[in-house]
Design a protein around this ligand. Structure first.
Ligand code: UDP
Length: 239
């Protein structure tokens, strides 16, 4: 029964860093299994789930360019890193009994499907989890922008961005003891106050299509479950 659900189709944004856990490189198996478990439980409720996964635990174009790699090449490497994470997530979710399809914005046909919007929507309607890899497929973008774009394309109810902090703060809570958490912000406030929580381009995309964004703590147990059932966890960004 999906009537009690606040959100029936969600776009979950997981950063690559979220998979790091206690490792300093790559993927912590314990973390990916725990995340998969939380996602599975929400999926079992009947929520349709698209996931955009980042690659920062492996490569970021910006970081690579500092070590002398051409930016566009570095971004290609970053996008491929997201594909690796997507495969790991697919595997972990499948082990827990879910049907999962990785869809990449860059064609890698021996490994996963291409991102095709109609097919993505069909997967969701059939009860498959869709993992969107390779961001939007172009350099100089991030997977935050991909999350906004895919959410809009698949007509999701909301973008749920999992982070290491439990919402958007007025300043960095680690550095500033006066920092406080916002429960609600408008898109323009996030942009004007330069709250470093998501790229501006990702926020602007959501603003222009009126797509709500909720920022929440990835380490909070049951967070996803509570959010789809209507809890006001973290910070919500709307018009
Ligand atoms: N990237 C890109 N285009 C995209 C999405 C990602 O070029 O549409 C590259 C970019 O180099 C980025 C890397 O892939 O740094 C990994 O993505 P991101 O930094 O968004 O990962 P996250 O911070 O979420 O782990």
């Amino acid at each position: 029964n999906t009537d009690t659900l606040k959100y029936k189709r969600i776009l979950l944004k997981l950063s690559g860093e979220a998979l790091l856990g206690s490792e300093d490189y790559g993927i912590d198996p314990e973390v990916i299994n725990r995340l998969s478990h939380e996602i599975s439980r929400v999926h079992q409720l009947g929520v349709e789930i698209g996931i955009v996964i980042g690659g920062g635990n492996i490569f970021r174009g910006e970081g690579l360019s500092k070590s002398g790699i051409d930016r566009v090449t570095g971004d290609h490497m970053g996008m491929l890193a997201t594909v690796m994470n997507a495969l790991a997530l697919q595997n972990a979710l499948e082990k827990q009994g879910n049907k999962v399809r990785v869809m990449s914005a860059i064609g890698i046909h021996e490994v996963c499907e291409d991102y095709i919007r109609r097919r993505a929507i069909r997967h969701l309607a059939k009860g498959n989890i869709a993992v969107f890899a390779a961001g939007i497929g172009n350099p100089f973008f991030t997977t935050d922008s991909a999350a906004s774009l895919r959410a809009i394309e698949i007509n999701a109810d909301i973008v749920l961005k999992a982070t290491k902090v439990d919402g958007i703060y007025s300043a960095d809570p680690v550095k500033d003891s006066k920092a406080f958490k916002y429960d609600h912000l408008t898109y323009d406030e996030v942009i004007e106050k330069k709250l470093a929580v998501m790229d501006t381009s990702a926020v602007v995309l959501c603003r222009d299509r009126n797509m709500p964004i909720r920022i929440f703590d990835i380490n909070r147990e049951n967070a996803l479950m509570d959010i789809v059932q209507g809890s006001n966890i973290g910070t919500i960004v709307t018009a």
